[in-house]
Design a protein around this ligand. Sequence first.
Ligand code: NI
Length: 249
Amino acid sequence: MGTRRTRRFWLCWALALAVTAVWTISASPVQTSQPVGGADHGSYVALTFDDGPWPGTTNTLLDGLAQRGVKATFFLVGEQVADRAETVRRMADEGHQIGLHTWHHVSLKGMTPDQITSQLDQTRAAIREIVGPVDLMLRPPYGFVDDTLRQWAKAPIICWSLDTEDWKDPTPSRITADILRQVKDGDIILMHDIFDTSVTAALAAVDQLLAQGYRLVTVEELFAQRGQDPQPGAVYCSLPPAQKEEVEP
Ligand code: NI
């Protein structure tokens, strides 16, 4: 090892020691497992599942998420809710977020205010019948939104920033790889809990994301972590961090 390299080695070592000391001081004594708004610069993503609840697959997914201590968001089709009340209750009991995905899984684009209200209010009533008076965000089927919907949704409209296209090519390894290749802080990831393959892919992705230090939160938690208040009628596809501090290497 030459003199310059030796000097560089010791400099790096001293720097590492100093960084470790500073980190230890700033990290203790408070240790929290939950995100603290603004104070934590980890990466956060929200996994969202549309078109359920579905017999079998949704409960398998809930089992897997519970084993991993991970929360997700489920946008439900209203007409399927009453027959699968146990699954819906379980989602709420286990800390997942529930949202609207219309009564008949129809595009809301081009609908009249009355038609929109009918699709959404029926679904709201069915969900609240089971889990009580919760706030319900809207995932519009196909991501189709127009001005009338913005005006009449009476809920924040949640689209997505990472589309797994799990319905188009259901190969679990492909879906998981696409998530891991594209994922970034603040993403809202679109999946469907009506396919076995999507459940397999989602749980494999969760394992890898957790190993990489990502925190998997509900959409509501993502807003809270960013210090943002979701507004009815506004469309959100992702929640990038406001501004990250530059950290010296
Ligand atoms: Ni859908």
